[in-house]
Design a protein around this ligand. Structure first.
Ligand SMILES: [Ca+2]
Length: 453
């Protein structure tokens, strides 16, 4: 009932929300009326894994063309996860604009907000948000099956039915490139494992117990990790990204055919990152840069000027950002912040530092240079200089000269995590031994039930 009341409030003219009217950049004149919004959300797409982002191997010609004049957020992150299924809190945060660590705030959802603004909306693909009620305000939410073509078909049918009558909100969320991949055969032939190099920060084993060493994702390759098994996994992954690209291209073509392409804002993102051999890890249950929380985020289309930034953003900032870009009132009380001022060159940053979390066993804070990761259950801290060491290969935490920086960042982490509703401690009474081995863990089942997503 509370939910319904909020929806009605939002639909009423009394909903005088803090409308942040975004000035349009001078370089492109604004088209009349509300823009369509297309949200292309890949599943487990790594932060660098598109041609337009400079990736040396993966082939994504459709998205490269679509996003060539787009605006790239290089430092976009999922805030964190309370489950091995990182997708779930991530997708929930996109729809709510609230920290997953927060309880008790009941602000309008993304779907409610765009509905109130007059949009016809569809979401097709992986829902995976909790609670499921978040699905309801979409005019249509359908699962097109695991493969991307079924989901693209749903979106294309919706375009044909509604284009030109109402502004469109199209949320394309297939299961690609999450394993097991569903690409068709020609995509797998595009990538040969022998041609794929190992990541520079590859290790056969993760050097200590990060609290999640044998979860389902980490068991998708045996230990020790090798060049052969990692390259094979990367080849399948790249094939799946190329398949996603082809299907996204079909949606773009349908918008062109409907005469709607020039009146559309495109947002390309991934719901979470993924390690693929970095640090000996194969999953997304970690806080490294080439790990679980760092995601791609690109805006393109109507009113967007080409550019890129290293401003620290959260993936869930897409909610207020797309609202501001489309002149839709942003509901007050969100944790998420609009990144439109950065995108439009009016502000260099939206936040000075950025907090990430995984379960109760990992916490991190970074600024534009330094990053501290804390593992409370083993009483371990890592410190990295991201300017000189973007792959996090040299842990500076043991050096005497790092003491002041560690103190400063630990205090910032302590304060910031509370701002997002985090109650898990940074220190525990009886820390575990940080050593681990797959042999010790052999026979260990994935620990936490549903860990696939
Ligand atoms: Ca995912």
């Amino acid at each position: 009932m509370k939910y319904l009341a909020l929806a009605l409030l939002l639909l009423s003219p009394l909903a005088a929300l803090s409308a942040a009217e975004a000035p349009q950049p001078a370089s492109k004149p604004a088209a009349p009326g509300k823009p369509n919004i297309v949200f292309l959300l890949a599943d487990d797409l790594r932060a660098d894994c598109l041609g337009v982002l400079g990736h040396p191997i993966v082939k994504t010609p459709q998205l490269d063309k679509l996003l060539a004049d787009g605006y790239i957020f290089r430092n976009a992150y999922v805030l964190g996860a309370n489950s091995g299924a990182v997708c779930m809190p991530s997708r929930t945060m996109i729809l709510t604009g609230q920290s997953y660590l927060r309880t008790g705030r009941d602000t309008p959802t993304l779907a409610q907000t765009i509905k109130a603004a007059g949009y016809a909306s569809i979401r097709s693909g992986k829902f995976d948000n909790n609670p499921n009620r978040l699905d309801q305000p979409f005019d249509q939410h359908v699962d097109g099956g695991p493969s991307a073509d079924g989901n693209a078909n749903n979106i294309i049918a919706f375009i044909k039915k509604h284009a030109g009558k109402q502004p469109l909100f199209l949320y394309f969320a297939p299961h690609e490139p999450h394993d097991p991949q569903h690409a068709t055969a020609p995509f797998y032939q595009m990538y040969k494992p022998a041609d794929i190099p190992l990541p520079v920060n590859f290790l056969p084993y993760h050097p200590f117990n990060n609290g999640e060493m044998t979860i389902r994702d980490e068991q998708t390759l045996p230990w020790p990790r090798t060049k052969e098994n990692v390259a094979g996994k990367l080849a399948r992954y790249y094939a799946s990204v190329s398949y996603f690209d082809q299907q996204a291209g079909r949606i773009v073509e349908a918008l062109k055919q409907a005469g709607q392409f020039d009146n559309t804002i495109f947002i390309m993102a991934g719901d979470n990152g993924l390690s693929l051999g970095e640090h000996g890890l194969i999953g997304k249950q970690n806080l490294y840069e080439f790990g679980g929380m760092h995601v791609p985020l690109i805006f393109a289309g109507r009113g967007i000027t080409k550019g890129e930034t290293k401003a620290l953003t959260y993936l869930y900032d897409v909610y207020p950002t797309m609202c501001e870009l489309a002149s839709i009132p942003v509901p007050p009380g969100l944790d998420a912040k609009s990144a439109a001022p950065v995108l439009q060159g009016r502000q260099p940053n939206v936040r000075a530092s950025l907090f990430t979390a995984y379960q109760d066993c990992q916490r991190a804070i970074r600024d534009d240079r330094w990053k501290l990761i804390r593992y409370p259950h083993i009483d371990k801290t890592q410190l990295f200089d991201l300017q000189t060491d973007p792959h996090e290969m040299t842990d500076l935490a043991g050096k005497p000269e790092s003491a002041d920086k560690i103190k400063e960042l630990t205090e910032l982490l302590e304060k910031t995590r509370k701002d997002y509703g985090d109650t898990a401690p940074l220190h525990v009474a009886n820390p575990q031994n940080p050593a681990w081995s797959p042999e010790q863990a052999s026979g260990a089942k994935p620990k936490k039930g549903k860990t696939k997503k």
